[in-house]
Write a protein that binds this ligand. Structure first.
Ligand SMILES: CN1CCN(Cc2ccc(Cn3ccc4ccc(-c5n[nH]c(N)c5C#N)cc43)cc2)CC1
Length: 271
């Protein structure tokens, strides 16, 4: 997988060089390139923003600079239709994807973090972990001119306008790091013990994870649950399941509503 991140604050993305994501980059499991948007400006002041059309507070990021940046980032995919001329790049399938008529084209996604986006979820992370090339456009100010998303959709690139939560940030960089970590950790080989990806909050069962404990069994007068020391795997599994259900009902009743009961029953039968 190749991930290209474009930002006016490229240093903000430095933490992507650390820990598991950093190791995955070193091992070549994922390539992450961080670009300074200003390298695509053409004026002396390296301008990336302008006043909002229709008036209003703040500034909006210019479409032309973003267009130069994203064209460059996607440029090495010769199967991308040049602007306005899809046929020239090869076979155009009904859904607008451009292929050379052979194997399916590389899957390309442009992620645009935005407070007005669809809520980023573990389901998005799983889907995006299968993508060949992801570009992340980190906006600032009041956001990126809306025509940028439309333009790349028209050129056969999937565009995902995503939000990491119902609170307001100053730009897309933090959201980009959250999404990139959630996606990259799902790529095979990145997380040491793949089993740990299975029993997770927001995982397949749709429940929050159970509380975890380690040694010592008693700490400052607080004892770990005795069942965890029993060695009885069936009882431990049942206890963990009950804890997940109780925790979810208490902290995230909305998730209980969305539960697929048949999935729950199947899990219970297996305990
Ligand atoms: C007049 N009003 C009209 C509404 N705007 C709303 C607004 C627009 C931009 C910004 C700042 N910003 C710029 C790029 C950018 C990307 C992501 C996020 C972001 N915030 N929270 C998330 N979960 C995010 C994610 N993911 C914020 C961003 C803040 C607030 C205010 C002014």
């Amino acid at each position: 997988m190749i991930i290209d991140v474009v930002s006016i604050f490229p240093d903000y993305l430095a933490p992507l060089g650390l820990s598991l994501v950093g190791k995955a980059r070193e091992q070549g499991t994922v390539t992450i390139n961080v670009h300074d948007l200003r390298q695509w400006t053409t004026d002396r002041h390296r301008t990336v923003d302008d006043t909002p059309l229709g008036g209003g507070a703040g500034m909006v990021m210019k479409p032309d600079v973003w267009g130069q940046a994203l064209d460059s980032v996607f440029a090495h995919e010769e199967l991308i239709a040049p602007h306005g001329d899809k046929e020239a790049a090869g076979v155009v399938s009904p859904d607008g994807a451009v292929t050379d008529g052979g194997e399916s084209p590389p899957r390309r996604v442009l992620i645009i973090p935005t407070p007005s986006g669809q809520s980023f979820s573990q389901r998005h992370a799983h889907d995006l972990a299968t993508v060949d090339h992801i570009a992340v456009a980190c906006g600032r100010y009041e956001g990126i001119d809306a025509r940028v998303a439309d333009h790349y959709r028209d050129r056969g690139i999937e565009v995902a306008e995503l939000s990491i939560g119902d609170y307001v940030l100053n730009g897309g960089e933090v959201a980009a790091m959250v999404m990139i970590e959630a996606i990259v950790r799902l790529i095979p080989g990145v997380v040491g013990n793949p089993h740990s990806l299975v029993e997770e909050s927001h995982g397949e069962a749709g429940l929050l994870e159970y509380p975890v404990f380690t040694r010592p069994p008693s700490w400052r007068g607080l004892d770990a649950p005795a069942v965890l020391l029993s060695g009885h795997h069936g009882r431990i599994a049942r206890w963990r399941r009950d804890q997940s259900l109780e925790r979810t009902a208490r902290r995230r009743p909305d998730m209980i509503e969305a539960l697929d009961v048949t999935e729950l029953d199947a899990h219970d039968q297996a305990l």
